[in-house]
Design a binder for this molecule. Structure first.
Ligand code: ADP
Ligand code: MG
Length: 265
């Protein structure tokens, strides 16, 4: 039956369910060994919202993003992006992995890292045109890195590398952005730049989901938060979600009373 089918990227696909969330996770369980890294996790991320994923080390935050992207195979659960299986909409999803997990010795120029963001659009064999390069440089200038286009990525500081990876995500022109601890080990100026770029994406209607480790900045950066520790502890507007009860449930005894007082204001 062909009724209601529409073409995208040369493939025949069913039309979007326009009411579907950019990302919906249902009953997601992931195990690496015997102990689940995620258990029956529920999460929904809406368009035009910037959300934090919060939880202690080992809570399953990176695993959640990897499961969304198909980098780990869940034991059970359902993940839909824009109402579809994620594999059908990968071009609409940009992922910035945790910086520590990237091999920085691989010799690559900054401009080529950004052009990789356009890989799906460019195809494997088509030549890179000047307008592609111009667009890549424009993405670099959004993160203040336009003067580093010809540098080797491995020679940059941690903050500069993180900016370049955000520029690559921008070059992709995605609608859903998944970032894993983008502020870890970056300088204050980079953090400010990244936050500003993410907010501008959000304001333009994109969905921004960030694994975040600094509880002190959650309220100023994000509208919503998902607190997890293997399973979901709380989800909602930051002001509702960050309470001493939920933080204790998420972090156990790992948060000192003084820290709690600071976070909760
Ligand atoms: P977070 O990002 O919240 O720190 P992760 O998602 O990286 O947590 O890890 C969740 C749990 O799964 C941890 O206990 C971690 O040790 C384990 N884990 C993560 N990746 C692997 C892997 N590739 N093999 C085995 N265990 C893993
Ligand atoms: Mg992690």
């Amino acid at each position: 039956m062909t009724l209601g089918l529409a073409a995208r990227d040369g493939r025949i696909v069913a039309p979007d369910d326009t009411t579907a969330a950019p990302l919906a996770v249902r009953g997601l369980t992931v195990t690496y060994g015997e102990k689940p890294a995620l258990f029956a996790l529920e999460a929904t991320f809406d368009a035009g919202v910037m959300s934090a994923i919060i939880g202690p080390n080992g809570a399953g935050k990176s695993t959640l993003l990897k499961a969304v992207l198909g980098m780990v195979t869940p034991v059970s659960g359902n993940i839909r992006a824009f109402g579809r299986p994620v594999s059908e909409v990968l071009s609409r999803i940009a992922y910035v992995p945790q910086r520590a997990t990237v091999d920085w010795d691989f010799p690559t120029r900054v401009i080529d890292v950004v052009l990789m963001g356009m890989a799906r659009e460019l195809g494997l064999l088509r030549p890179i045109r000047q307008d592609h390069r111009d667009r890549a440089v424009a993405c670099l200038s959004r993160v203040g890195m336009e003067h580093f286009a010809d540098r080797q990525i491995g020679q940059l500081s941690g903050g500069q590398q993180q900016r370049v990876f955000l520029a690559r995500a921008l070059a992709q022109g995605a609608e859903l952005y998944l970032l894993d601890e983008p502020f870890a080990g970056v300088d204050a100026a980079t953090e400010k730049t990244i936050v500003a770029v993410l907010k501008s994406l959000r304001d333009a209607g994109a969905t921004v989901v960030v694994v975040h480790h600094d509880l002190a900045t959650v309220a100023s950066y994000f509208e919503r938060a998902l607190l997890i520790n293997t399973t979901r502890i709380a989800e909602g507007p930051v002001a509702d979600v960050l309470t001493s009860e939920t933080l204790q449930a998420t972090y156990g005894g790992r948060l000192a009373q003084a820290q709690l007082a600071q976070i909760l204001g």
